[in-house]
Design a binder for this molecule. Structure first.
Ligand SMILES: [Fe+2]
Length: 144
């Protein structure tokens, strides 16, 4: 599966685009681990992915809160759903519950498809809405 950043994913808020690029890189690392069939590596990269996703979603949510974004609650529910999926996967991997190669491939495909769809639809809506205000954007915190 070819997982990489594309300019079509840019929403036009620089700080968020930089974080999305890193999020896609982390999903790509997870994908390479899935392809290798090494469950220890899969566990490590899921851990790495959830760490970045939590920080990124927090930064995005801060921008939404500071700018009184009208769909903040629905948006946050979507982020929570993603984190719960990764939590379940991480827990199963740590507890060495049976996780077949097919299941991790399905998880990978689902997380990647969710991310692309979420960025293209929901995150782009944040940028469109906030940019339509015309004033300066109240920014969130940067991530390293
Ligand atoms: Fe988002």
């Amino acid at each position: 599966m070819d997982i990489q950043w594309s300019d079509e994913l840019a929403i036009g808020i620089g700080i968020i685009d930089d974080q999305h690029r890193k999020l896609i890189e982390r999903i790509a690392s997870f994908s390479r681990a899935v392809d290798s069939g090494d469950m220890r590596k899969v566990e490590e990269t899921v851990n790495y992915l959830v760490g970045y996703a939590i920080q990124h979603f927090g930064a995005e949510e801060l921008i939404m809160i500071r700018n009184c974004y009208d769909q903040f609650k629905e948006h946050r529910d979507e982020h929570s759903w993603f984190i719960k999926q990764v939590f379940d996967a991480h827990t199963s991997l740590v507890k060495k519950e049976s996780f077949t190669q097919r299941q991790v491939e399905e998880l990978r495909d689902m997380l990647y498809e969710w991310t692309v769809d979420h960025i293209m639809v929901k995150d782009k809506r944040i940028a469109q809405t906030l940019n339509s205000f015309g004033g300066p954007l109240r920014q969130g915190a940067g991530l390293s």
